[in-house]
Design a protein around this ligand. Sequence first.
Ligand SMILES: NC(=O)c1ccc[n+]([C@@H]2O[C@H](COP(=O)([O-])OP(=O)(O)OC[C@H]3O[C@@H](n4cnc5c(N)ncnc54)[C@H](O)[C@@H]3O)[C@@H](O)[C@H]2O)c1
Length: 282
Amino acid sequence: MGSVQSVCVCGAGTMGSGIAQVAAMAGFATIQFDVNEDMLAKSRSSIEKNLAIMVEKGRISSEQRQQALGLIHFTAKTENCIADLIIEAIIENLDAKTALFQKLVPINSSKTIFATNTSSISVSAIAKGCGEEKRMAGMHFFNPAPLMKLVEVIHTAQTDDTVTETLVAVAKQMGKTPVICSDSPGFIVNRVARHYYLEAMELVEKYGADIATTDAVMEAAGFKMGPFKLMDLIGMDINYSVSNIVWEALGKPERLKPSTMQRQKVEAGELGRKTGKGFYKY
Ligand SMILES: NC(=O)c1ccc[n+]([C@@H]2O[C@H](COP(=O)([O-])OP(=O)(O)OC[C@H]3O[C@@H](n4cnc5c(N)ncnc54)[C@H](O)[C@@H]3O)[C@@H](O)[C@H]2O)c1
């Protein structure tokens, strides 16, 4: 695979916006795509604001801010999604992801690499669905993408070794710490972290624990964020999908059964920070 000069980030939500910021700051010509114009406008203002804060704190110069902003092109048109590397960060749904890649594969070059930021969906299933298995891998960033160093690079049984090597190099150029994972449900972090959320919700649902106290206790024990604050940051729709996908993929073990609390929050539209209300109000 050739070297990556341009990156197209599909999805301008919680993750896509942060990934586009990281890509532009690393010097890649960056396309930020979303079907929703409002999300594109939100992403643009959030990136502008984040970079302005970095200038204020002396982390980057105002020239670097201008340079990064100048590298990002915002678009709502699929036909503009042409790049050396596509990073997909749309909703956590296999059919939606497959349908998007099915549109992107034929309009891109035969050298383009396709990466998904999925938290839990089988990367092989996405690759199979869009008919591009060798050039497809996972590139799983963590929230907030500009701050979190870890990137899980998911190498499926079909991924070409050079594709994985390129993604590792791109992640390093972005200042990240890539770790190669196999394509198993939840990969590493989301598999282990399922219990952090599910056990906390069970304590509240079944044993009457208090949400704020549970968060405070976990933070006092050394975790950076309590489980409820973290779920609000992630977005309950995403977290609930991940719970369901990991549970089903592992044969529905009782220990990983999604919580009714998660479902109720999604049904109520209380998704966390992105909707202004989750377990807490914002
Ligand atoms: N939220 C997290 O903490 C987190 C962390 C790591 C990975 N992820 C993964 O990243 C992906 C995105 O999650 P998010 O939290 O950013 O979601 P989000 O709900 O904040 O944003 C999703 C965006 O995708 C857009 N979208 C939906 N369908 C689209 C399509 N067909 N084409 C283009 N854009 C489309 C929506 O308009 C929205 O702006 C998911 O796969 C999720 O599992 C999320």
